[in-house]
Structure formats: C-alpha cells, structure tokens
Design a protein around this ligand. Structure first.
Ligand SMILES: Cc1cc2nc3c(=O)[nH]c(=O)nc-3n(C[C@H](O)[C@H](O)[C@H](O)COP(=O)(O)OP(=O)(O)OC[C@H]3O[C@@H](n4cnc5c(N)ncnc54)[C@H](O)[C@@H]3O)c2cc1C
Length: 600
C-alpha cells in the first residue's frame, strides 16, 4: 500500500467529521415525549417518510438514526468502497459459506449497510435502477393490491429529478422530484468501446429505467453535478431548518418497539441515547425503516418473530411471524478482468492528485472523483437457461473501470474480505505494472438459493446472524457461468478488440487444478470471487396474512399488530430485477401516501 492510500483510510476510519456534524442533528430525546409518528432509521425510505409526513404542519415526526452525518468524503463518488471502512458501515458479515465466498477469509462475505443519516444511500455505489415491469406486477399478483407497475411508477417518478442526455422527453423520467438522477460525466475509453461492442454482439442500446430493460446503457446515477446525492441530501437537508414539526436525532439506537401485549398495539420505542435508555411514545404510528437486517432484528427484539427463535433467546412472544425466515440477495462474480492498450486512461487511485481534487472541490463534475466507484455501464440480458419471459432479463453485466488493483488492494479488497494471497497472485501484478484494465461484475437477478437470518441472543447491540446460503442451488452457478461467457463474447467484438482487450488470465488460488477459461475453471471462480451487491430483501416479506411466509400486508402494516409498519427494502417479496436503492425511495413515497390516507 502506498502511504497516500493508507493515510486516506486512516482519515476516513476515524469518523470525526461524522461526530461533529451530528450535533446539528440532535433533537435529544425526552423521557416519555410523544410524537404523532416515530420513524426508526434514516435510510432512503426513512428520509422520504420524514419529509413527506412532516409536510403536514399538524403532525409531529421523530426521525431516529443510529449513525452520524455525511461528510465531505461521502460526497466523492469514487470513494464509495472506502466508506465501508468507516463508522458509516454497520460492518455485518455472513456466516461462513459452504458453497461461496471461498476467496474470503473464513468463507465470510462482508455485508455492509449504511449507518448514517441517509442510510445505505450514503455509502452505496449510487446506481439508479428501478426494476422490470413484471417485478411489480408479480408483487400485485401475489396479493399485494396497489403494487403493480402502473401503480408504483408514479412514485418512482415523484422522487426523481432526472438530468439524462437524450431522455428529456421520456415519460419514464421526471425532472422535478427531490432525488437527482444523472449521467456520470467521467467516462473512460473502455466504456465507450464496451457499449459499441455490446451493440455489435446484439445487445440494443436502452434506457434500463424506461420502456424496455433489455440491452446496454451508460449507468444512471444518484449524483448531483458529480457529487453523491443521498437520501439525506435529497430529502432532509433542504427542509431541516424549515420544519419545526420534524425532530431528528442521530447517534441514537432504537433497542425495541414498545407493544402492548394485550391490545397488540405499538405505543412507542425504547432507545439508547448517550448511554441512557429512554422511552418515546407514538400517538399514531411507529414505522420501522431500519433496513433489511435491522427492521427484522427490531421486530424480533420486540416479540414479533418466529416462535423457535424467540423462545431460544428468551423474548416473550407477542406475535408469531416468519420474520427473517426468508432472505434473497443478488450474488455476483467479481470478474473477469481484462487489460487494454490505453495508457493511464482508466481508473486508478495512483492517478489521483491535488489538481484533480481541487478541480472537483471547485465543482467540476468530470474528474475521476465523480466516477461512481468505477461503475460505467449496465447490460441486462437473458441466458440460454432462462425460464423467464422474453422481456425479463436474468443477468446483468456491470462494467467497472478497474479491479481490486485500482485502489492498490485497499478499500475494495478489505471491504469484501478478499484474502491477501488472492490479491497478491492475481491483482498485484496489475498494480505493479499499472496497466490499464477493466472488469465485469456478473450479477444474477433471480437466484434459487434462499437464505435466512436470526438472532443469537436478545442483546440489541449484538449483530444478527445472517446466512444467505449463496450458491446453495447449483442452477445459480450455471446462470453465472452463462453470464460470464456472454460477457467474454462481447469483448471479442471489433469495437473491444480495437482497444487490444485481453482477458487477465492468472488463475485464482484454489482453482489452479482447472485449465483457465474452461467451464470448470469458471465454476470454481464463481464460488471463489463471490461478491454480493448487497440487495438483501424479503426479511419482512409483504403479502396477505393468509400467506404464511409474509410479515406485513400490502399497506406495510405488521400482521396482527396495530399502529406498526415496516417501510424499507425488507418488505420486497421477491428478488427484484434491479439494484434496490430506487425501490426504497418508491416504497417510502408510496407508504407516505398510504399513511396520509389513513390519518388525514
Ligand atoms: C456497499 C453497497 C453498495 C450498494 N450499491 C447500490 C447501488 O449502487 N444501487 C442500488 O440501487 N442499490 C445499492 N445498494 C443497495 C441499496 O443502497 C439499499 O438496498 C438501500 O439503500 C436500502 O435502503 P433502506 O431504506 O431499506 O435501508 P437502509 O439504507 O439500510 O437504512 C436503514 C437505516 O436505519 C438505521 N438503523 C438501523 N437500525 C437502527 C436502530 N436500531 N436504531 C436507529 N437507526 C437504525 C441505519 O443506520 C440506516 O441509516 C448498495 C448497498 C451497499 C451496502
């Protein structure tokens, strides 16, 4: 590691800026204070709700966030991976995986989640992607009235402020919402060649948030003039000092929901603020927007969950529900990686210097600091094994300008728990030669492998146990293999060959027994370079009460408990054909309307 990157990591790790700024968001709790609405967690869904519900001056809203406040580094899109090494990440990890994550220490995949005002939208990769029309139609068909594509599209649009070249008149984009969606203005020669190559290989150019998802496109990003535009920036910062009825407290942990065991009504929350416990009351509703791991954790700590788990940890059962019993995620293969003949034109932290930083700070959105962690293009496509309809992709190619070597083996490697021996053998040669290179991440949308999470004890400060059971179903490996082959095929097109694109063919440690590039080699590689894109869903699955796999109904009310909703990505019932951040905003917007409908 260079001293420059080590220093950067140290500065980010301290989280000092977090601490200082959080005093600005510090409506300290008062014992037994009451609000109309208590919102637990300030991720995208929580921030949307806080904003929309406090539009009514007669309602009081308390937004409670465990983390601090974004600082300057959060705003620099290229540093996305570094944020995982900071206090803005909860730092969860999977249980050791039997069939995946072989390239990680102890076979544990790291599972970062945002712990900051803005939640995971403040540490994610900023890709804006809504999903396939059929995703939402399936939600509706599963008994969730009001969630068809036609019914959710208005909420995606409501949140969006699009600035996308060529899509100015598209009915699929709105220019006037709070959340910026724009083109990334820093682009490398690799992505231009890639998009030409993808077309030569038969993938049409598309707006993946528009009429048809299938095809290739430059990425659309939640940035504003080249800086991260998180839920905090979009929904909270603009109203912070105008709304006296919205109170916000940061660095405060909710430890359980208070539920009357007789009436089964949520009456408030218990929280820990500066080492002291408080109870805060909700006159109308408690809303959990604590994310796909923490919302289920809080339900279970409050006596709402599977009987076996609650009994095992000694929490009295208030309502038996399958909380955490289902967990879907999107697994990727981190690679393949390719070298090209260009010189110093692709992403590498070694190219970062004070001139670039100064230019960014002066507002230039075209420097490498505005690259969203290197992500440049997305391609949605089908593979031969597909069982889905023709307009529903199975896989995505994410084109990234670099690899683990682009940050010299610091943030990305550590953030994902990759082993040193793997880095040293495969990626260090790229770091040393400084040869321009890019990678594909190959992601599967509809895995058959299903995981779960549970609580190990009743201590609210203990991490939940999470076993995503990646690649438990062999079919998922086959989909990945077919996806990798398609990505390699694209690199053989004239447009990509014009760059001198060659596969980086150093075999992975643990896969040397297979000839590089054979199906068996890739199968081994898939289980080794297993890399989640952190799209965990369904831990508080939405569906009718008659469906024993569900936790909340179509109004997001917890079955059998009054005045308690879950509003975040944990309610998504099936693995979506998308990254999950956009959906979280949509869920927040739609929930706000439903809540207004109930109480106004
Ligand atoms: C590294 C990474 C990169 C990603 N990249 C992308 C991407 O590029 N595009 C995309 O679409 N998706 C991406 N995702 C996924 C996406 O960002 C998330 O799915 C989405 O932001 C989740 O939103 P949410 O509202 O459900 O919850 P979260 O954003 O997880 O918010 C939950 C909030 O609740 C707070 N909280 C939790 N427990 C408590 C408690 N007990 N008390 C008080 N507060 C609490 C948390 O601190 C957090 O702020 C990424 C995820 C990760 C981790």
């Amino acid at each position: 590691q260079s001293s420059q990157t080590q220093h950067l990591q140290q500065v980010l790790g301290i989280g000092l800026e977090n601490l200082i700024l959080s005093t600005l968001y510090n409506d300290a709790p008062r014992q037994n204070a009451s609000y109309d609405f208590i919102i637990v967690g300030a991720g995208p869904a929580g921030c949307v709700l806080a904003n929309r519900l406090s539009e009514n001056p007669n309602w009081t809203v308390y937004l409670i966030e465990a983390g601090g406040v974004e600082g300057m580094f959060h705003q620099m899109p290229v540093l996305a991976a570094y944020l995982q090494g900071t206090h803005s990440n909860w730092g969860y990890k999977s249980t050791p995986q039997k069939r995946a994550c072989f390239g990680m220490y102890n076979n544990e995949c790291f599972l970062p989640r945002g712990k900051v005002l803005g939640g995971t939208s403040s540490i994610n990769y900023m890709i804006y992607n809504r999903g396939n029309k059929r995703d939402f139609d399936r939600w509706a068909a599963a008994g969730n009235k009001g969630w068809s594509y036609a019914e959710v599209l208005p909420y995606f649009l409501k949140s969006e402020a699009a600035n996308l070249a060529g899509l100015e008149d598209s009915p699929y984009h709105n220019r006037t919402g709070p959340l910026s969606v724009e083109d990334v203005q820093y682009r490398t020669p690799a992505v231009h060649a890639y998009l030409k190559g993808a077309q030569q290989a038969g993938h049409p150019r598309t707006d993946y948030n528009g009429e048809s998802q299938i095809g290739a496109s430059y990425v659309q990003a939640n940035t504003l003039r080249g800086r991260r535009h998180s839920a905090y920036r979009a929904y909270i910062e603009p109203i912070r000092y105008q709304r006296k009825n919205l109170h916000i407290v940061t660095m405060t942990r909710v430890t359980r929901v208070l539920i009357d065991p007789v009436t089964k009504r949520a009456t408030g929350v218990e929280l820990m603020y500066r080492n002291k416990y408080y109870k805060v009351r909700a006159r109308k509703e408690v809303i959990l927007s604590a994310g796909a791991f923490n919302s289920p954790q809080l339900l279970m700590l409050s006596g709402v969950g599977p009987a076996d788990n609650l009994k095992a940890i000694g929490v009295p059962i208030v309502k038996e529900l399958p909380v955490g019993k289902l967990l879907y995620d999107h697994m990727c293969h981190f690679g393949p990686t390719f070298t090209v003949n260009t010189d110093r034109q692709l992403l590498n932290i070694a190219h970062l210097n004070s001139t670039v930083v100064k230019s960014f700070l002066l507002g230039n959105p075209t420097t490498m600091l505005s690259s969203i962690g290197g992500v440049e293009a997305l391609t949605f496509f089908k593979v031969p094994s597909s069982k889905e309809p023709a307009d529903m992709p199975d896989m995505e190619i994410i084109t990234v300008a670099g690899s683990l070597a682009a940050d010299q083996g610091t943030a990305l490697k550590q953030g994902a728990n990759f082993k040193d021996e793997l880095y040293d053998k495969v990626y260090r040669p790229l770091q040393v030669s400084r040869q321009d290179h890019f990678s594909f991440l190959i992601m599967q949308f509809h895995p058959k492998s299903v995981g779960r999470m549970w609580l190990h004890n009743r201590n609210p400060f203990e991490w939940p146990r999470i076993n995503p059971k990646y690649f438990r179903n062999e079919d998922d490996v086959q989909f990945m293999l077919e996806g990798i082959k398609e990505a390699i095929r694209i690199t053989q097109t004239p447009a990509m060959q014009a760059l001198g694109t060659r596969i980086h063919d150093i075999p992975l440690p643990g896969c040397e027994q297979h000839n590089f590039g054979t199906d068996d080699y890739w199968r081994c590689s898939i289980r080794t370079l297993s890399y989640t894109l952190h799209h965990q869903v369904a831990t508080c699955r939405m569906g009718p009460e008659s469906d024993p796999s569900t936790v909340v109904n179509a109004e997001l009310k917890v079955h059998g408990i009054k005045h308690l909703r879950v509003v975040d990505t944990s309610i998504i019932p099936f693995p979506p054909t998308a990254h999950t951040n956009a959906a979280s905003y949509m869920i927040g917007e739609k929930a706000a309307d439903m809540i207004r409908g109930d109480w106004q």
